[in-house]
Design a protein around this ligand. Structure first.
Ligand SMILES: [Zn+2]
Ligand SMILES: [Zn+2]
Length: 348
């Protein structure tokens, strides 16, 4: 697809740089008083320079969901670690920062979502501190800074997020020292991190979004799901969780529910120990079908298709039992709402 087709934020004004002089020529030829013509031209010009906002209104979509990473700890080359971008009026908000976050953001930019220019990555919400959800933390702290971001990264997450950020800054102290004191001349502010350790409730608000964090059940980990309310959409993301009543309460007819899941078929093939792990940490297709039937999202996006136990066994039947095809088969049997399997760089 061409850049123009996929990019809602493309401004046609870029292609009309000779427009003002054309308007002047037209005013010279028009029988109306030139003053009136020029004023009319100015109104048109202002409208065109504000085209991006108008274009979004016309498309009825100020909010885009960009799946930057739909994976799990499994090192699947097709799926980066968990990271979802909610983009509202050109501002990106990240949920989780798994492996590959910044490179996937650059890929989304290349696909036409200009808001995901890496230097625009300035705010992130972390669901929990499992490594698959945070391996890209240092990447999001440092890479956009090296590319010129001047603002510190704002990060919201559970208790322990601050310690993780402090440790990462220490781990990369040599890098930060050489880049700020050496010939790179990197700025002194953009590598910093402002951590906000949060409790359930309203955690963030600006002109684009209201973000609510709510507790979900993921073993003994302090874990949040998030609800994003934007001018045109309500988006709920599960994080990693067993079926949690809080997800039902926070979605209830939401526009989009992004939820983790594993297949029933793969559950039957793993050891009792892995079955117990799954029941304590994750959500089966049947459990998700039951939850979504009650929560009634406009669209259910499946992500973080976990296959613990099978990932370690690496047998062909175990892999197939946990495949996307199997998952969709199970979901379509048990859930009558609209459901899709998310892939990296899908846009909704
Ligand atoms: Zn995970
Ligand atoms: Zn987890």
């Amino acid at each position: 697809m061409s850049d123009k087709k996929t990019n809602l934020y493309h401004s046609p004004y870029e292609t009309q740089s000779d427009w003002p002089s054309g308007m002047i020529q037209l005013c010279k030829r028009t029988p109306r008083p030139r003053r009136v013509c020029r004023a009319f031209g100015m109104v048109i010009l202002i409208s065109i320079t504000h085209w991006p906002a108008l274009a979004q209104d016309k498309a009825g979509q100020q909010t885009q969901i960009v799946l930057l990473g739909t994976g799990t700890p499994l090192p699947d080359p097709e799926r980066s670690g968990p990271c979802t971008a909610v983009v509202v009026n050109g501002v990106p908000y990240l949920i989780d920062v798994g492996t590959g976050t910044v490179r996937r953001a650059a890929a989304a930019r290349n696909k036409g979502v200009k808001a995901l220019e890496p230097t625009n990555l300035k705010i992130a919400f972390i669901t929990h501190l499992h490594s698959d959800h945070t391996l890209g933390f240092a990447d999001v702290m440092l890479t956009p800074w090296i590319m010129g971001r001047r603002e510190p990264l704002e990060v919201y997450g559970p208790t322990g997020t601050r310690a993780m950020a402090d440790h990462l800054l220490k781990a990369y102290a040599t890098d930060i020292k050489t880049r700020t004191e050496g010939l790179e001349h990197s700025n002194m502010t953009g590598y910093k991190v402002n951590v906000h350790e949060i409790k359930p409730g309203s955690v963030y608000k600006d002109a684009n979004v209201k973000v609510t964090a709510f507790s979900v059940r993921h073993g003994q980990l302090d874990t949040f799901g998030y609800r994003f309310e934007t001018p045109d959409r309500t988006v709920v993301i599960s994080g990693d969780t067993t079926p949690s009543p809080s997800l039902l309460e926070n979605c209830r007819g939401c526009d989009i529910l992004i939820h983790e899941v594993y297949t029933e078929a793969s559950f039957d093939l793993v050891s009792p120990e892995w079955q117990q792990y799954r029941r304590t940490y994750h959500t089966s297709s049947k459990e998700l079908a039951d939850l979504a039937t009650k929560a009634k999202p406009g669209l259910l996006i499946l992500y973080h298709r976990a296959n613990p136990g099978c990932d370690q066994a690496r047998t062909e039947d175990c892999r197939e039992a946990g495949s996307e095809e199997q998952l969709l088969k199970e979901m379509h049997l048990m859930y009558k709402g609209k459901v899709v399997a998310g892939h990296d760089l899908d846009i909704y």
